[in-house]
Design a protein around this ligand. Structure first.
Ligand SMILES: [Fe+2]
Length: 245
């Protein structure tokens, strides 16, 4: 059995251009315009079991008194794609004849609200996350920061549950997950601890899943000054990592 990669459409999200492109000029006339971008998860089926990369938004994120605070909902509205609630991660898996228990590993690129929202459904999976990212989400929870990108109410659920966490430490730069799938530890940058995946597909070759570490093509082509992140998280960032290579 060869590795097969599925891209799961989990809806659309919007945010101000100034948040999306962090280096916009202060007087940029379009800085408050909303940019729409896709929310995705990735399922890898291979001989050593299924791996899910990212876990989207919680289905109750955008409801009245939902998982996301009112102000967060208005700043970062998430909406379903053309097929409505089918874009919720549990429904996407169901469409494929799968349930959460069929997933061996869940890798969280990071724990922002649009990437870790459904992780609580995966009680039997090994959930892999960067240690610093987990700590950052817990710190945000302790501060009761309800407008943070780490969703307070999501965090509360997975604290209460008996999740099977596996933490990636700073010194673990590359970890072999299966014969064809390698976990890439990019450290701090977009968030406190970013994880990517390098997978090898028979016909396509290597694919790197980077999540929010590379929002746009411009971010891939040009190194971004992330010194403000470096002050917050004093370890190398994804952009610095890419600049050196
Ligand atoms: Fe993010």
């Amino acid at each position: 059995m060869r590795n097969r990669l599925y891209v799961l459409d989990l809806g659309r999200m919007q945010m101000a251009r100034s948040s999306f492109f962090g280096d916009l000029a202060e007087d940029d006339p379009g800085k408050n315009d909303f940019v729409e971008f896709p929310i995705s998860a990735y399922l890898i089926e291979g001989p050593d079991g299924r791996i899910l990369y990212d876990a989207g938004c919680h289905p109750d994120a955008m409801k009245a008194d939902g998982r996301w605070s009112e102000s967060f909902q208005s700043q970062f509205p998430w909406s379903p794609g053309p097929d409505g609630e089918a874009c919720h991660l549990p429904n996407r898996l169901e469409q494929m004849g799968l349930g959460p228990d069929d997933i061996k590993h869940v890798v969280l690129s990071h724990m922002h609200s649009d990437h870790a929202g459904c992780v609580e459904f995966f009680r039997k999976s090994e959930v892999i996350v960067h240690r610093q990212e987990y700590d950052a989400a817990l710190e945000s929870y302790k501060r009761r920061d309800i407008d943070c990108s780490y969703t307070w109410r999501d965090t509360e659920q997975w604290i209460k549950q008996d999740m099977n966490w596996r933490f990636v430490e700073n010194h673990e730069t590359e970890l072999s997950l299966t014969e064809q799938v390698t976990l890439l530890n990019w450290g701090a940058g977009h968030a406190a601890g970013m994880l990517g995946l390098d997978l090898s597909l028979h016909e396509t070759g290597h694919i790197i899943l980077a999540s929010d570490a590379i929002f746009t093509l411009e971010r891939y082509d040009e190194a971004l000054d992330c010194s403000h992140h470096a002050q917050q998280y004093p370890i190398p960032s994804i952009w610095a990592y890419m600049g050196e290579n």
